[in-house]
Structure formats: structure tokens, C-alpha cells
Design a protein around this ligand. Sequence first.
Ligand SMILES: Nc1ncnc2c1ncn2[C@@H]1O[C@H](COP(=O)(O)OP(=O)(O)O)[C@@H](O)[C@H]1O
Ligand SMILES: [Mg+2]
Length: 332
Amino acid sequence: MLKAIGGRYTVLQPLGRGGMATVYLARDERLLRPVAIKLIKNYEDSDDIFLFHREARAIAALTHHNIITILDYSGPEEHPAYIVMEYVAGDSLQTILRAMPRFPAAAVMAVIHELAAALMAAHKAGIVHRDIKPANIMLTAEGRLVLTDFGLAKAYKKPEILGKTMVGHITHLSGTPEFLAPEQVVGFPANEKVDIFALGTLTYLLTSGKLPFHRKDTLSTMKAIAYLDYVPLSKLCGESTDAELMRIVSAAMRPDVNKRPGAAWLWQKSDEWLAVRGWSAERVLRDFQLTMKEAEDYEAPPSADYLSSSEITISRDIARPRAKNQRKTLRS
Ligand SMILES: Nc1ncnc2c1ncn2[C@@H]1O[C@H](COP(=O)(O)OP(=O)(O)O)[C@@H](O)[C@H]1O
Ligand SMILES: [Mg+2]
């Protein structure tokens, strides 16, 4: 039989790939349950190992219904290093956007509500996520929203809470260009409000189907962010869009960090909007998922038959180092 990772986790199938790692569905042979295992790709790159280590510590510092739970971590010495997480049987918002390029207002409000709850917990713990975008947010069939990928997370108040055991050689910027905040592109000191701006950009995208700052190259994108050069949601979507939703999105995208609200304000506003209608965010997201799954070309995520799935050969290919210039994500 194939040797399990860490003597415990048998890799079954890939679930998703990001810039730094690949996530697989695996079987925990000790507890006989599905888990997600994230394997670092570039296992000889000290920057990536540093970020991976910080990611494990950041998730471990947070316990919240809307934040991914860590179950195990190999430590930075392992080749390749791995993080074991709860398996989220669902799709990322990026996948969902392909089937549903514009979300109804209720679904956007529900996303704001659940994401704001996750950010409230992270920010309270002094952790800034720094990579809020559709690929890093998952939704289960039950309507649970889960924030994943703390690969760029940073403890902005007390760096020592994530451990200062390793030193990385890192550049100033970090994040995915389209979701950066103005203070990041102009090089001002950034805090937890960068997550709020990214939430604004994300909800603009979910509402209109368009990224406000997507341009032909990274530099033009960053310039557009610095000058706040984007079409307001009201102009793009017109009267049909919910007025309160537009107000929340534009507040989250305020360029002045001091005037940009915190996660608690976003949670409160979306909570009020849902409450007057008698709706719960999770219920809205569950119903939204149901409608989406009725679409013909929907492909379901791997389900409980994982126990009978055949395992895949895990080789060094999985963790093949990647050329430096392949990097899409900027980091610090
Ligand atoms: N716990 C999980 N359960 C199920 N799928 C996951 C889980 N974590 C990540 N994924 C999938 O894997 C993809 C890449 O994971 P991510 O943590 O974002 O990696 P990277 O740091 O390389 O971007 C995600 O977009 C998602 O589709
Ligand atoms: Mg990711």
C-alpha cells in the first residue's frame, strides 16, 4: 500500500491549486474521515516555507464557524511541508461565479454578513488576511461560508503571535493586484482595513459581474486603484440594484482608511438588511446554492464516497518547485 503522508493521510484527489500550494482531498487513516491536505509546491523556497508556516499559525490562532479549521501541520522541516484542514465539501466563489456571474442582492448581503463575521474574528485576534478574493472563499451546500487560504496573513498588531522563528526575504506588496487597497499600492502603512477594501471589491464583482480595477496589466490595475478609477456600481447596475447594498459596497471601498468602516459595521448593516426581511444569511446562501445546482452543467464536489475512492500516487511532482517569475501573487 502507498505510504500515507505523515504516516496518516492518504491523498485521494486534487481539490484546487493556488499560487503556492495544491490542496488535495485525503483520508485520515486514524480517524477514518475526509480531510483537506495542503502541500507546499515550492518546498525548497525559504520564502514560501516562511509563509506556509505563518499560514498554519494564523489559522491555528482562529476558531470561527466561517474560518477554516486546522487539524494538523507538519512543521517547516518536512519536505514537502503540509497543513491538514477540515474538508469543506463545497465550491469556491470563483467556481460559483463561473456558473453565476452576477449574484442576487440577498446572496451578496449574505456573503458580506458571513465574511464580515470571519473578519471580525480575525481582526480581533490582530490578524489581517490580505488575500480576500473569490478563490479563497468557499461555500457549502448547507450555505456555510468558509474563509480559507491564510497564506498571506499577517499579525499586524503583535507579529510574535504567529512566531518569529523564521525570517523571510520579502517584498513590500502582498495580495492579488485586483483586490489591493489604495494604501497598499501607494506604499502607505496598511492595517486590517485592506481586508475591508478587498471585501468591497469582491462584493462589487458579485453584484455587477465585473472587477472594478481589472486592467490590461498589473501596473495599470495598480494605477486604477491608486486613482480610484472605476465605474460606480450605481452607474454600472442602475436603479435595479439595492440602494443599501450599493451604500455598503461604496463605504467598504472608501480610499481614506479612517473613513472606511470596520468589519463590525459591515456585519451590522448586512444583519439589519437580512433581519427586516426575516432571513438568515446561511439560509439565503443555502437557497442560492440550490438554485445554482439546478443549472445543467453543475459539477458536484467530491462527496462522502471518498472512502472508496482510489488513492493517487503522491510524488515529488506534486511539490515541484516553480519558477520565480510564475508568481501571480505579490507578497510581503
Ligand atoms: N479545506 C478545504 N476543503 C476543500 N477545498 C479546499 C480547502 N482548502 C482549499 N480548497 C480548494 O483549493 C484551492 C486552493 O487552496 P488555497 O488554500 O487557496 O491555496 P493557495 O494558497 O495556493 O492559493 C481553493 O481555491 C479551494 O478550491
Ligand atoms: Mg488561494
